[in-house]
Design a protein around this ligand. Sequence first.
Ligand SMILES: CC(C)(COP(=O)(O)OP(=O)(O)OC[C@H]1O[C@@H](n2cnc3c(N)ncnc32)[C@H](O)[C@@H]1OP(=O)(O)O)[C@@H](O)C(=O)NCCC(=O)NCCS
Length: 409
Amino acid sequence: MAEAWIIDGVRSPRGRGKSTGSLHHIHPQELLAQVLNALQKRVGFDTSDVDDVIVGNGNSVGDHGACIGRMAVLAAGWPVTAPGVTINRFCGSGQQAVTWAAMGVQAGHQDLVIAGGVESMSRWPAPDGAPDFTSGNAALREMFPMVPQGISADLIATIGGFTREDVDAFALVSQQRAAIAQAEGRFDRSVVPILNPDGTIALAKDEHLRPDTTIESLAGLSASFARLGAHQFKEFDRTFDEMCKQVYPEINGVDHVHHAGNSSGVVDGAGVIMIASPEYAKAHGLKPRARIVMSSVAGAEPVIMLTAPAPASKKCLDRAGMTTKDIDLWEINEAFAAIPLRAMRELGITNENVNVNGGAIALGHPIGGSGPMLMQTALDELERQDKQTALITMCTGGGMGTATIIERM
Ligand SMILES: CC(C)(COP(=O)(O)OP(=O)(O)OC[C@H]1O[C@@H](n2cnc3c(N)ncnc32)[C@H](O)[C@@H]1OP(=O)(O)O)[C@@H](O)C(=O)NCCC(=O)NCCS
């Protein structure tokens, strides 16, 4: 198989996903455009060589509508000959963008593809009616009574026996590790400052962290999804908790253990990665940082929804002829604390080499933007520790998981 090389990657800091967040006033097309230009400036590639810009986005409505991939390329001032496309695999969108960029290069169709993702969650339109993954398709809802992700995460904790103490302990480690990583500048290799229209800096480092978190402060937080789980929306004939029990009759009820301190932070952010063929890189004197070894996507039961990181990772390892022992570092997206806890249990790994610089609980999870960000974090850390291989995996809406193995060069 031909190779796809990672030449470099950059990302915005993650801004708090509220109207008071430091990136809220920046249109997501502009946010992504700034990150695209920062990558171009750092690597120095010719934008007229770009075969495509593939952008992951999980909620393509409102400011994220039309085709944000193409619009961001135009907003960046790149030549009109540089195309752009937007793809949606929910939280796995940005990781999928990298996969498809790599596939285009490996298949010999393309030489230089920029893959990335963006989500300004603070600018999502306010929800209209009941949260509904089926978009009003009653027939599909009968087949799969899908519930909001926080409730799926609580269901995972219920079935897996992950207690409130377990998920809080995991969240504390995420905060502690992220605080060390930020203090030591471990994110600096990939983070570029985002500017206001007047050229001043809007944000230069991740701002969702709460380094003063303690196990006591976490214990004091109320469950975020208990009321939602018990609410009877007029659109449905059952509560979300009852839908969980309908599919998983063995449970007595849903144990609502997730809250603001052990769920991924709602944030704004964008990240991009340059993927090139060896021929293009050599012809232009570009030194690769890593190669894409393998990538996989897996599906799983969509009501519990967030259980596919382990199956996707196993598939990826199998196809690469590798085992968990061949992986030096793991990034398992912390959508909610129970997700990496379950994935680690299924993969038979401990958290020693997992999310060593914290994860989305501390740093935030800008849906479409997260995949490239996790890959950059893994690659930066491989270089810092002088290690070779990393596996990045994420759960997604609709019951899927994405996984990618990268290897330093
Ligand atoms: C869980 C969730 C609903 C909480 O939302 P929220 O209440 O707006 O959360 P906030 O981050 O604003 O925190 C609310 C409060 O909790 C407390 N808090 C949050 N994190 C804390 C921590 N680590 N330690 C102590 N207190 C904390 C604070 O009092 C905070 O209020 P403040 O910001 O005024 O200080 C939201 O984070 C969420 O939906 N996350 C998941 C997103 C998602 O589904 N992504 C897709 C995944 S598949």
